[in-house]
Design a protein around this ligand. Sequence first.
Ligand code: BTN
Length: 259
Amino acid sequence: MIRTESLDPDKIREGLSTRHIGSQVVVFDSTSSTNDRAAEYGRNPDNHGLALFAEQQEAGRGRAGHRWLSPPGAGILCSIVLIDSPLRSELLSLTAAVALAEAIGGGARIKWPNDVLLNGKKVSGILLDAPVCDTHRIHCLGIGINCHQGRDDFPESLRDSATSLDIETGLSVDRVMLARRLLASIDRWLATAARNEGAVVQAWRQSSLQLAHRVSLCYNGEHFTGNCIGVDPERGLILHLDRGGVRMFDAAHSSIVKE
Ligand code: BTN
């Protein structure tokens, strides 16, 4: 693994001062999980848009109870605090995926609900938490991007399905610039989603790996297969089922499985 730069909050914030997302940036050398930190900061409603980064997580979490592993300094490990978002979770998740794919660029594709893949391998993932709070609504938008990992940095079981930006580009990605691009992209797409959710769906359709393909997914423990015909910003992935009929599957209860 090549480590070229450390995450400097002032450098990340350069040019972002007029935006909501990333108006405050905190970088931890090490923390349990940035999503857990974001849940704590979210108790203060003034912390909307706060972006928390870590060089290392001791208990990084992924979707469906998985762990998110990243060697120190190798990735972007970020959580953004959102207070009283006007977007429901499904649209928030979709919007975050679109923003993330845009920030990564280079032909990044979205594997529903919100994995981002390069050349068919996962380079990034999103974990959206909504911790309970009596006074206001909190969302913790957690994003992990593999940057400087080499193939050997991934556990053997993931080597065929996971990748990093350095592996895919043959270059050493500048994490500070990527972090800044990520926050700007999220800021822009959240604003777009609030006034025109159709624009988010349209962007998703352009980057989706599933659209017009056969999809098998597990929904609340039940298995469904069909052709993906779109995504609904409120109700999730739309499948034309092999067994007949059209059905929607929300991200919180579904995971795509191999046929
Ligand atoms: C997934 O693909 O399963 C989601 C991975 C999300 C990982 C990020 S890293 C920053 C934030 N803190 C966490 O503990 N998880 C998210």
